[in-house]
Design a protein around this ligand. Structure first.
Ligand code: FES
Length: 171
């Protein structure tokens, strides 16, 4: 296991809800502001909540149903909160060649994901990503900014148990 970051941090960006609300008024009446406002909401909340869609709908005068259509079209937007721990599973070339598909399966099995990308308890969200920039450690996953490399299925199991325990200790 290799850790590049000593600090655990929330995957939610730091712009804050006040920042999102300020953006709303900056873009009042501009239909073309839909995407930037959705991005702003997602930065503030970590996803695009229903209440934000209602605000945006009013500000840019686009029906909420249409906004839902846009959100589901663009894969970068999410309608549900991220888990406490965001697991990025690298599927770049080096990691893929060195077993990323097995790592992905091991993560999914350990988390018992039953459809969707977030565990029912809201603890983990899984994302498949391109190169994380540390190919010499492949196969690699990153959990809330901490890098873990040279993994195999067994190490993945142990690692996720550690994160579960860490959460239990904090609660
Ligand atoms: S391909 Fe996975 S870190 Fe580069």
């Amino acid at each position: 296991m290799t850790s590049h970051s000593e600090h655990e941090h929330s995957p939610v960006a730091e712009k804050g809800i006040a920042g999102f609300k300020a953006d709303l008024w900056n873009y009042e009446g501009e239909k073309g502001a839909l995407i930037p406002l959705l991005q702003s909401a997602q930065d503030a909340y970590g996803y695009v909540p229903e209440s934000a869609i209602d605000y945006i709908s009013e500000i840019v005068a686009i029906p909420a149903a249409e906004i839902y259509g846009v959100i589901t079209f663009y894969s970068q937007f999410r309608l549900k909160p991220l888990g406490k721990y965001l697991i990025k599973v690298c599927d770049g070339t080096a990691c893929h060649v060195n077993g990323a598909p097995k790592i992905l399966t091991a993560v999914e099995d350990e988390l018992q994901l039953t459809g969707g990308d977030t565990t029912d308890d809201g603890l983990f969200t899984i994302q498949k990503v391109a190169c994380l920039g540390c190919c010499s450690l492949s196969p690699v996953i990153m959990i809330n900014g901490e890098t873990h490399g040279r993994l195999n299925a067994k190490k993945v199991q142990q690692l996720l148990k550690e994160y579960r325990n860490r959460h239990a200790d904090q609660s």
